[in-house]
Each structure stands twice: as C-alpha cells, then as structure tokens.
Design a binder for this molecule. Structure first.
Ligand SMILES: [Zn+2]
Length: 449
C-alpha cells in the first residue's frame, strides 16, 4: 500500500479518478490469497473484488448511530451499490455520534445527508437514500438486494423487516429455494451493550424465534401506579404522571424536562415520599431520571464495534471467503470487556418462520378478549394491535380490528362474546394481521374442555 507515490486520498474531489493504484489493497489481502481462517471451499481470485465493486447490492436500514458507522464501513470495504432507508430527520442530539451529520444539516433527512456525505467523500461509491418508513417500500424493492443489514433501535421495525424477508422465500413442495434467501444482518446496541447476528431467513433462527430475549416494553397499569405501587418505578411514575400536572411546581404549563436537574430533584423528593408511604425502597436520583427520560443513552464506541461486526459479516457473506458468524454475538463493556457467541436456535413453532399454523388453546366459553390478550401479552408473540378474521359459515368475517375507528366500534361487542357464540369451531383457522409483520399469520383454534 505504501509503495506507491500516489498520496493517500482522504477527500473525493471532482476531477480525481475513481480508482488509483493500490486503492483496494487492504481488501484484496482477504480475497486474493488464502489463509488459516478462509472458508474451506475458498479459492483466491480477483472475481470477489469485482463482485463487491460492481455487482453486490446492499441495503442498510437506519441511518442513525449504527447506520452512519455501517455506511462508512461498507463503503470503505469496497461496497458501492448501497441503498439506505431512514424515516428520521437530524436532531442536534445526534451530532455527538452520528458523524456524517453537521450542525448545518439539522432538520434534514438522515438518509439524504448520510448518502451525500459518503458519495462525496468516497469516490465511486453510490449510496441511494430513501427518506421513508420501511413499511412504505414493497417486496419488489426489497427483493433487489443481495444482503440487508439493519441498524435499528426498534424491535417492531426489526420484526417487520424479518417478516418481509420471510415472505420473499419460495418453497417448492415444502423445500426452500435457496436462491430466494436474502441474508439479514442485524445489529443492536443499548448503552454499553450490543449484539450482532446473522439471519438466513427460513434456515436459521429469525427475529421472532428469539423474541423472548427482548423484554416487552414496560408500561405500568394506571391502577398499579395510583393505588398499589410495588416497585420504585411505580412511585416515580406516580409523581411524573399525576403529581407534576396537579401541583405544577415550576409554573403552569411547564413540561417536565428530564435534562433539568431541578425538575428531576423535585420528582425525586416526591417519589421518595411516595415510596416511604408504601414502604418501598430503591428510589434514587439516577432511577428517577432513568424513568422520566425513558431513554437508554447511546454510546458511540458500542455503535462502532457492533457496526464493524455487522459490516464484517456482510463482507464474509458477499465474498464467501470466510465462514459467517453462527449466529448471535453479544458484546458488553459495562465492566471490563465481554463478548460471547452462541447459536440461537430456530423455534419449531415460531409464528413468523415455521410455516405451520400455531395452535391456540382456548375453551369454547373463552371470550374473544382473552384470545386478543394472549396475542398481545404472550412473550413469544408480543403483537401490538392484532386484527382477527375467520371464515364462518363460508363467509369471511372480521372478528376484531383496532386500527380503523369505525370497524373497531362495530367489532368491539365481539370482544365480550365467547368463541362459541361467535360461531367458531374446534380446528378453525384464524387469520391475524398485525403491524409486527407484513404477512398475515395463521392460527388454528384448538378447543380445550
Ligand atoms: Zn422464526
């Protein structure tokens, strides 16, 4: 690399050629010679490099903390056909770690600014931005990519993406057509913790197979907060939701600001009083701020590590030169540094990837509400607003649908009816649609006595 007179290029300027001597030497070292860690079937050649530079098409979901890192890592590894999807605009609080953005970019779409930055900085790289929700793009869009890599902070979006890739799979007589598989590399971070995983949809554990690893969103019922607090968090929530608006300690209409120490101090003191009243321990200033802000701080270095791991996996899959991660890596540097890789297993009855309708065991006298609660509360399903339909007496019938007000109103009485009264029978198929996936899920009603 250093044996050329060409100066190292850090800025792509106009008029500069897109290639220069030794430009990809760092990547070629992995592809044009064998080594102890290469894939057993790997044959060194110049073809993989050409594939990266000219053909391979990558989709990056998210242009935030992980997305910025991913785009930079991929572009510097030789990937040139990259699309990026992000629905957010740039906020001042992003600038400490989302290094493709500058103060002048505040308010502009992250996808657009990130793409512009990479394209002007890395000659020959073509990042195409999509300032959109992932749900606004369809299967023809997703099908065009060789590999999809996610840098998201939302489980819902991950599950939807997972569902989309599962819906693209083609089966011939129950046998999966390997050419229909688009690998999904998923990165996630939370403070000093992170994970990277490789998902081969239909072959290895999918996002929903391991849903139980993600704790459901904590939302305390109002009655608990108001009358039966058990946890220190309940006390803070009580002060935040009820006492603050009632007592308006900092004047009328002053919104509780999690970054204002005086506000937090006030909430902390009142929470302590509330906790003492119910003999609850554990209320601290830190906990108070954590509950009020409801955010997990983003750590730039964690994003960098996880994005690098994900980009490495994209590189391994795209070139077939190395054996990919199998299949779930966890990283933690809260205390020292810890990393561990394990093989997440497919769940035989995964509602997203198992291809068999799940059995729902209910008594004929159970109410539809109970079934609905199960779909949202079960740790392995965690649906958000399921819409349930069934074929009853040859007719397609919507049993309950929440997302359209008029239909919700019309179907609400069904919730208090029993399954039997709704005309449902043992073995009945129920079709359930939910925001967690683009596909309709099939369940089979199995009556218990
Ligand atoms: Zn699955």
């Amino acid at each position: 690399m250093a044996d050329t007179d060409e100066p190292m290029v850090v800025d792509g300027g106009s008029g500069r050629s897109c290639e220069w001597e030794g430009r990809w030497n760092h990547v070629k070292k992995f592809l044009e010679r064998s080594g102890p860690f290469t894939h057993p079937d790997f044959e060194p050649s110049t073809e993989s490099m050409q594939f990266l530079l000219e053909t391979c098409k990558i989709l990056v979901i998210g242009a935030g903390g992980l997305g910025c890192e991913l785009l930079k890592d991929l572009a510097l590894s030789g990937f040139r056909n990259i699309h990026v999807v992000d629905m957010d605009t740039i906020d001042v609080s992003n600038l400490n770690r989302q290094f493709l953005f500058r103060p002048k970019d505040i308010g502009r779409p992250k996808a657009d600014v990130a793409a512009d930055f990479i394209n002007s900085r890395i000659p020959g790289c073509c990042v195409v931005p999509h300032f959109k929700k992932i749900q606004d793009l369809d299967e023809t869009f997703y099908r065009q990519f060789h590999i999809i890599v996610c840098g998201l902070d939302s489980i819902l979006a991950r599950r939807w993406m997972n569902g989309m890739l599962l819906s693209l799979l083609a089966y011939d007589d129950g046998v999966l057509d390997p050419s229909s598989i688009i690998p999904l590399i998923d990165g996630g971070t939370e403070g000093f913790k992170g994970n990277a995983r490789v998902i081969l949809p239909g072959m290895t554990a999918c996002i929903d197979c391991t849903l139980e690893l993600y704790p459901p969103q904590i939302n305390f019922p109002m009655c608990t907060i108001a009358s039966m607090p058990r946890l220190p968090e309940h006390c803070v929530e009580y002060v935040r939701m009820l006492q603050w608006p009632k007592e308006t300690p900092f004047g009328d209409g002053v919104v509780l600001d999690g970054d204002d120490p005086e506000h937090i101090q006030w909430v902390y003191q009142r929470s302590l009083e509330r906790a003492a009243e119910f003999k609850i321990t554990g209320v601290t200033y830190r906990l108070t701020q954590g509950v009020v802000k409801r955010i997990i701080p983003a750590v730039a270095s964690t994003n960098a590590v996880i994005a690098a791991a994900c980009a490495t996996e994209v590189f391994k899959l795209a070139t077939s030169a190395y054996i990919p991660l199998n299949n779930y890596m966890v990283f933690n540097d809260v205390d020292g540094l810890y990393t561990y890789t394990f093989e997440a297993e497919r769940k035989e009855d995964c509602s997203a990837c198992s291809q068999v309708p799940l059995d729902l065991h209910f008594s004929p006298t159970s109410k539809l509400q109970e079934l609905l609660d199960f779909l949202t509360e079960s740790a392995s399903l965690q649906m958000k607003s399921p819409a349930i339909t069934a074929t009853v007496e040859g007719k397609n019938k919507t049993l309950y649908l929440q997302s359209v007000a008029s239909i919700e109103q019309r179907t609400r009485p069904n919730l208090s009816k029993t399954l039997k009264d709704l005309g449902l029978s043992d073995g009945q198929e129920l079709a359930v649609a939910d925001v967690t996936t683009p596909q309709t899920m099939l369940f089979r009603l199995s009556f218990t006595l």
